[in-house]
Design a protein. Structure first.
Length: 66
């Protein structure tokens, strides 16, 4: 399912390996948190994840979100 998780809470959950068995699609407003979050994902052994290019606002501008 889709969950909205603040970044500080997400980092704690990543460290607890809460999402290791699934795939993650991570979105933020404009795609600026990618590098910072990718560090935490890799540091905690996650391999199945993706980021929404240019964030939610980029998808909205492209007509993907209304």
């Amino acid at each position: 399912g889709v969950r909205s998780i603040p970044s500080d809470r997400l980092v704690k959950l990543l460290k607890q390996k809460k999402f290791r068995d699934g795939s993650l699609l991570i979105t933020d407003a404009v795609g600026k948190q990618v590098r910072w979050l990718q560090y935490h994902l890799e540091d905690n052994g996650y391999t199945s994840y993706a980021f929404l290019d240019k964030g939610v606002l980029g998808a909205s501008e492209a007509g993907g979100v209304r």
